[in-house]
Write a protein that binds this ligand. Structure first.
Ligand SMILES: Nc1ncnc2c1ncn2[C@@H]1O[C@H](COP(=O)(O)OP(=O)(O)OP(=O)(O)O)[C@@H](O)[C@H]1O
Ligand SMILES: [Mg+2]
Length: 424
């Protein structure tokens, strides 16, 4: 009877555990949004715009609306849980007292002695506690196990970029270069081709510039080179073999990419540079040399803490840098590694004219014998490249040297003239 009386409460618990799990699960997008709004409203990165555009009220309002809806849903569940829980527990308690009354009645009738009554009452209470704890413990574990399911389904997600079973070693140095054979790629879930019908060769040892309007596919091409994605159509060859046949770790270790949206780590200046080759983070000489090459040494010299200065405003001792200063730090990362292929995706957009010129002079010198890809909207930079590839809406428009393309009088010449006209 005792065990039976506890069953309803146990079932109720299990039911409400499942309900609360599914509430949390269903509200995942809203909970993420809540988190995002909170971060946007309170982080250093967004503070400027939030103040200038006066977004406080807007963000607070959005946070309030969302959190009130979430709170209401949670409260409704909590009330039902408390109501039903109380009722079902009362049932269990009732069972206990009925059994107790039954023993008392039989004692009064003379079936049990007073000693029996005392013994039974004591063991009864303990048995009830034991059973209750057992069942509640069990339902708690079962409730948590629901969340464990999420963990396991997370583990089941397999990476889409997989290394081959018998990977080829990365060629050092690269002998022929990269060949794109009718390469096409769509971002997962996108209908539009980001790039398509790419057919060209990136020769070993050359500096190739990518030019094209916003959204033309320059960054996408770089991501394909670094195998952050595999092409959906065609293939990319490195020294005659498909990129997919190479060891992915080695491939990435030999490619140095600085993306246009590089990360500003709120770590020390030295660590900010060392992320380019994180296992060399103790090698101060190498870090200083990389900083020198990227003109970041002067930036660091101005910091009160030098190379140990924490950058960014997140931490109390942090010092923030200007956009161009951050960019110099990011460029230094590229020089931390002995990359066979160096890729700079608009690395100088925030640099002043002199710094840009110097950075590229050095880049040319230092990338001698190395293959390099350069993305820039500034033609003063682009013309320093050995060859220029012009992309238009994901396709190759033209390829050639600066002089050839100017002579051709097509898109490149048009864009170049447009920019040059602004300086006259
Ligand atoms: N992660 C992504 N998911 C879906 N579509 C994307 C993604 N990244 C880029 N795209 C789309 O792919 C196309 C090419 O983008 P890409 O970033 O390669 O342009 P880009 O030439 O580097 O432009 P920009 O000069 O502005 O840097 C664009 O139309 C863009 O909207
Ligand atoms: Mg880009």
């Amino acid at each position: 009877m005792l065990a039976l009386a506890l069953v309803p409460a146990f079932i109720g618990e299990a039911h409400f555990n499942a309900q609360s799990y599914s509430l949390n699960y269903q509200w995942t997008p809203e909970r993420r949004e809540l988190d995002y709004v909170r971060q946007t409203g309170a982080s250093v990165e967004t503070a400027k715009e939030v103040k200038i555009f006066g977004l406080n009220a807007f963000l607070i309002e959005r946070y309030r609306t969302l959190s009130e809806r979430f709170y209401a849903a949670n409260r409704a569940l909590a009330i039902r849980r408390a109501g039903w829980g109380g009722l079902l527990t009362a049932l269990g308690t009732l069972g206990y007292y009925v059994a107790y009354a039954f023993i008392a009645w039989r004692t009064v009738r003379g079936d049990f002695s007073i000693g029996d009554l005392t013994f039974l009452a004591g063991s009864f209470r303990r048995l009830r506690n034991l059973l209750e704890n057992l069942l509640m413990g069990f339902s708690q574990v079962a409730g948590q196990a629901l969340y464990l399911d999420d963990l396991f389904s997370f583990f089941e997600i397999r990476p889409e970029i997989v290394p081959p079973p018998n990977p080829r070693p990365f060629p050092v140095p690269i002998r022929q270069g990269f060949v794109f054979e009718d390469v096409g790629f769509r971002y997962p879930g996108a209908e539009r081709w980001a790039v398509r019908h790419l057919d060209f060769t990136l020769h070993a040892g050359e500096v190739l510039a990518l030019v094209g309007e916003n959204g033309a596919g320059k960054t996408t091409l770089v991501k394909l080179l670094a195998r952050l994605y595999d092409p959906d159509e065609g293939r990319i060859l490195l020294d005659g073999c498909d990129l997919r046949e190479y060891d992915i770790e080695q491939l990435r270790a030999h490619i140095g990419v600085i993306f246009q949206d590089f990360v500003r780590y709120h770590l020390s200046a030295a660590e900010n540079i060392a992320v380019g080759q994180i296992d060399a983070r103790e090698d101060r000489g190498r870090i200083v040399e990389a900083a020198r090459r990227a003109l970041a040494d002067e930036v660091i010299a101005r910091c009160p803490g030098g190379y140990d200065q924490v950058l960014g405003k997140r931490f109390k001792t942090g010092v923030d840098l200007s956009g161009g200063e951050w960019q110099k730090i990011a460029i230094a990362r590229a020089y931390m590694r002995d990359a066979e292929l160096l890729i700079l995706d608009e690395p100088t957009a925030a640099l002043d004219a002199r710094a840009e010129f110097e950075v590229f002079q050095r880049f040319k010198e230092l990338s001698a014998g190395k293959t390099a890809v350069l993305i820039s909207h500034r033609f003063s930079t682009v013309r320093m490249a050995d060859r220029i590839l012009v992309l238009e809406a994901g396709q190759i428009e033209e390829v050639g040297t600066h002089e050839e393309l100017l002579a051709a009088g097509r898109r490149y010449a048009e864009l170049f003239e447009l920019q040059a006209a602004g300086y006259r």
